[in-house]
Design a protein around this ligand. Structure first.
Ligand SMILES: *Cc1c(COP(=O)(O)O)cnc(C)c1O
Length: 389
């Protein structure tokens, strides 16, 4: 097996007669059959091949193949958004009466699916806390089918032991589904610990340049077959154009993750010394509650740093409004540094109580550290801290 770097650069769909070096974009809704019989064979899945872009397309297939190699997974399906991937990966495999064990600290919309949408269809869930692993096994019920976690979580940066989780799922014969959005396969590969499914919002670090929305689920062949059936019928497929962007983006993923992580670590170390900041959280800072675990399972610390500013929500707002270079946006994983206030934006649909339970305090600010010069990022954040006093 080739290295991750080589696979992410050299995996490419077959060249056309034009011998192009960079893969073309296949902007086509359907594909022609060589004969009536060929059409029948394709639909009967007796021969491989593209039929219709809702099912598959060369650009999407290339992106999926690369991601499978990077995540060490058998198969995958690409989606129009990270949420389409999260939703389809669960909805395709769960039925009325099933139960999901989920880590409490989850992306806002994933939380809404579990608490507002699935209950309508009789799918229940229990939240468990990352810092209380001893409680997880007790919450597994006879109807528990799936464990769904984020590690590190958005935005709380909670870390769950993947090796332990792999053993827990094995013991109880559950489907382990890991949202690996904050890490990407460059930092950790959940499948190496036994995860059955690895889910991504490709919008974030995978695109990495803030251009497209996309998502993907990769994992065990038989589970992906069910997800593929569900997605073919319900239609959340990724567009060929977005797949082309995402596949090209993977060519620079290794370099970008290294630089995001180096910049984020330097920023976190600098902010740790600032008396106007209550707390700095970053997986590779020794003050992170799960520092040892982060060092064990993550190759780099990732691009996200969170801080709690002194002076509550009002100070946090003044801080955001004082930034000159960093962008105010709800996205993350961009080349450009983005500063977000989760309580009033990405996690505003949660109740105050639900937010506090996962560490989303009114003074919490999430910084997605970009690829600009780290000195410029640090100086902009420092001056905004001073100005917002
Ligand atoms: C952004 C995000 C999602 C949702 O992805 P979209 O591409 O915005 O639909 C899911 N999980 C995590 C951890 C995210 O950060």
């Amino acid at each position: 097996m080739k290295s991750k770097e080589t696979n992410s650069i050299r995996t490419q769909s077959e060249r056309s007669q034009h011998r192009e070096h960079s893969v073309p974009i296949y902007m086509t809704s359907s594909f022609v059959f060589e004969s009536a019989e060929h059409g029948r064979e394709l639909f009967a899945e007796e021969v491989p091949g593209n039929i219709y872009t809702r099912f598959s397309n060369p650009n999407t297939t290339e992106f999926v193949e690369k991601m499978c190699k990077l995540e060490n997974a058998e198969e995958g399906f690409a989606f129009a958004s990270g949420m389409a991937a999260v939703f389809s990966g669960m909805a395709a495999l769960l039925k009325s009466g099933d139960h999901v064990l989920a880590s409490r600290s989850l992306f806002g919309s994933t939380h809404q699916i579990l608490t507002k949408i699935f209950p309508k269809w009789g799918i229940e869930h229990t939240y468990v806390d990352a810092d209380k692993p001893e409680t997880w096994e007790k919450e597994i019920k006879p109807n528990t089918k799936m464990i769904f976690v984020e590690t590190p979580s958005n935005p709380s940066l909670e870390i769950i032991d993947l090796e332990w989780l792999g053993k827990l799922k094995q013991k109880h014969n559950l489907i382990l589904n890991v949202d690996n959005c904050f890490s990407t396969p460059i930092i950790q590969r959940p499948a190496d610990y036994g995860a059955d499914l690895v889910t991504h919002s490709a919008t974030k670090f995978i695109d990495g340049q803030g251009r497209v929305i996309g998502g993907i689920v990769v994992g065990k062949k038989e589970l992906i077959a069910e997800i593929r059936f569900f997605a073919r019928q319900t239609g959340p497929a990724l567009s060929p154009f977005n797949a082309w962007i995402l596949s090209k983006s993977l060519e620079t993923l290794q370099l970008r993750i290294e630089k995001h992580s180096a910049n984020a670590l330097q920023l976190a170390e600098t902010l740790k010394e600032n008396s106007e900041i209550l707390f700095v959280k970053y997986p590779f800072l020794p003050t992170h509650p799960s520092y040892e675990l982060a060092k064990k399972q993550m190759k780099y610390g990732g691009g996200i740093v969170t801080i709690r500013v002194k002076g509550g929500y009002e100070r946090a707002k003044r801080f955001l409004d004082s930034l000159n270079i960093c962008s105010l946006s709800a996205n993350l994983g961009d080349t450009r540094t983005i500063v977000t206030h989760p309580a009033s934006t990405t996690h505003s649909k949660l109740t105050e109580e639900e937010r506090i339970a996962v560490g989303i305090f009114p003074d919490l600010v999430r910084i997605s550290v970009g690829l600009e010069s780290v000195e410029d990022i640090i100086n902009d954040i420092k001056q905004a801290i001073e100005k917002s006093k």
